[in-house]
Design a protein around this ligand. Structure first.
Ligand code: ADP
Ligand code: ZN
Length: 292
């Protein structure tokens, strides 16, 4: 069978066709402009592909509550052209095939849980640190939704003593995303994050905030694995620093076999850069047979 997969991001839309073995048969990438310009291009690609279903992992926040009048909408995004846009409805009207829909980070979590390093786990967490900070959660072997979906990138953190930065989140100022996403790094230090690789203070502080959040996720969710992706994590010195600080912050309080080996516990994505698109593929597979 052939399934469509869409990884809908704020910068680009990755469209692919794959099969139930997680093999990508072809793919294209389209820049994210306005819905008017971008959506017909996505549709044209998928209409040609003889797919049985389409899975969409979408930047958010999105409305994931099936009983809601705005189910399938992108809601309060800062990408203004996409605010309150009915992305799922567009495909429903034009494609007439089963559709799976979730956040981009839940999609990446699902990709890793299906074909990657979180396979067979009951509880795991996927975190991306890029333009924003996003968190996808697997709990009881399923993606966690609750009211809508977790917003673990916006958890509130106390600022570290002596940190003068005011924070960048328009909603919370100094939440995790406001303190530690790529644009916050750039504004705080006056240079793009990638150009700061030789400044140890930058990564020490970044690791502090990431570790603070991750320690709280560990204490609340007891995940069996945590996967850290996104552009900022391309800084190779960052993940070892985060592991060190998580160990310090946990203070030896939780004693598990997973935490005794942090190098296997706090890990980069295992599927190259395909965890998101493969997760979307699995969302499509799971939707197959469901009524739309
Ligand atoms: P997005 O979050 O938009 O999907 P990315 O995950 O690539 O995309 O994140 C983009 C952010 O990551 C930008 O803020 C950029 O400055 C930062 N970034 C990209 N590459 C690097 C790098 N090598 N080192 C540090 N930061 C990086
Ligand atoms: Zn916030």
């Amino acid at each position: 069978m052939r399934f469509g997969a869409l990884e809908a991001g704020g910068t680009k839309m990755v469209c692919a066709v794959g099969n139930e073995r997680g093999e990508i048969l072809n793919r294209i990438s389209i820049p994210t402009e306005t819905p008017k310009i971008t959506m017909p291009k996505l549709l044209a690609y998928f209409q040609d592909q003889e797919i049985q279903a389409l899975g969409i992992g979408c930047f958010g926040p999105i409305d994931l509550h099936p009983d809601s009048e705005t189910y399938g909408y992108i809601t309060t995004t800062s990408k203004l052209a996409w605010k309150h846009y009915d992305i799922l409805g567009y495909f429903r009207r034009h494609l007439g095939i089963p559709l799976g829909f979730d956040t981009d980070v839940n999609g990446s979590m699902l990709g890793e849980a299906t074909w990657g390093c979180a396979r067979g786990l009951d509880t795991a967490l996927y975190m991306t640190v890029g333009t924003g900070v996003g968190v996808g959660i697997l709990a009881g072997g399923k993606l966690l939704h609750g009211m809508q979906h977790p917003e673990g990138g916006h958890i509130l953190l106390p600022k570290r003593e002596g940190d003068p930065y005011a924070g960048k989140c328009p909603y919370h100022k100094t939440c995790l995303e406001g303190l530690a996403a790529g644009p916050a790094i750039e504004e705080r230090w006056g240079k793009k994050a990638a150009e700061l690789c030789d400044q140890p203070d930058v990564w020490e502080l970044e690791a502090y905030y990431l570790a603070y959040a991750i320690t709280n996720y560990i204490l609340i969710l007891s995940p069996q694995k945590i996967i850290l992706g996104g552009g900022v994590m391309h800084q190779e010195q960052l993940l070892p620093l985060v592991r060190e600080k998580v160990a310090d912050m946990l203070g030896g309080y939780m004693q598990t076999k997973e935490l005794s080996d942090l190098a296997s516990y706090l890990v980069p994505p295992s599927l190259g850069d395909d965890q998101g698109i493969l997760g979307a593929l699995k969302l499509g597979m799971d939707a197959c047979g469901e009524i739309i």
